[in-house]
Design a protein. Structure first.
Length: 182
């Protein structure tokens, strides 16, 4: 699984799903705008730094089974304005692969025009943004629409992680293609 993040991601929203995936026998790779390290946040405090396995210029969606976009205040903001990041995310939809996003992570999906007509959730502060982008917002711990799985916050990680493992086992999702705009 590719984990798409940049500086300022919410640490637990990357580490907890990563651990769940690896405990279930999956592999993860951190993808970011540049190689080197990205720095986590723990709420508003600085967290640890994490090694980037692949830059967006090196990463290809076809090399992965699924995509995870953690939240945080700064990472999604940086990714949503990066054309290569938006195309990388769109490629997972085009290839009908599962996409998981939590907290502020769905902001990247908004900017890639991938939520229109989809059932989604996110951190309460971005739920109106999701509605404005055409999403059908549900205030639930996890919302599944085809292969798109969204969640609200670190408080929901237990449900989110369980759904990640379940969805990866299902494989491709035809519904992903239906919502991608050209």
């Amino acid at each position: 699984m590719a984990i798409l993040a940049a500086d300022g991601f919410e640490e637990i929203e990357l580490t907890s799903p990563k651990e769940a995936i690896e405990s279930a026998g999956g592999e993860t790779r951190i993808v970011s705008m540049e190689k080197g390290f990205i720095h986590a946040n723990q709420h508003r405090e600085h967290g640890d730094k994490y090694k980037v396995d692949l830059s967006l210029d090196e990463a290809k969606a076809e090399d992965f089974d699924a995509l995870l976009i953690p939240g945080g205040l700064f990472s999604p903001d940086a990714l949503r304005t990066n054309e290569t990041a938006k195309q990388f995310v769109s490629d997972f939809f085009n290839q009908e692969k599962p996409v998981f996003s939590i907290c502020h992570g769905p902001q990247v999906l908004i900017s890639a025009n991938l939520v229109n007509g989809r059932e989604v959730t996110g951190f309460p502060a971005i739920q109106q943004d999701l509605k404005n982008a055409g999403g059908i917002v549900r205030d639930e711990s996890v919302v599944v629409d085809g292969g798109l799985v969204t969640s609200r916050s670190p408080d929901d990680l237990g449900d989110f992680n369980a759904k990640i493992v379940e969805e990866i086992c299902e494989g491709k999702h035809e519904r992903q293609r239906d919502s991608v705009t050209a």
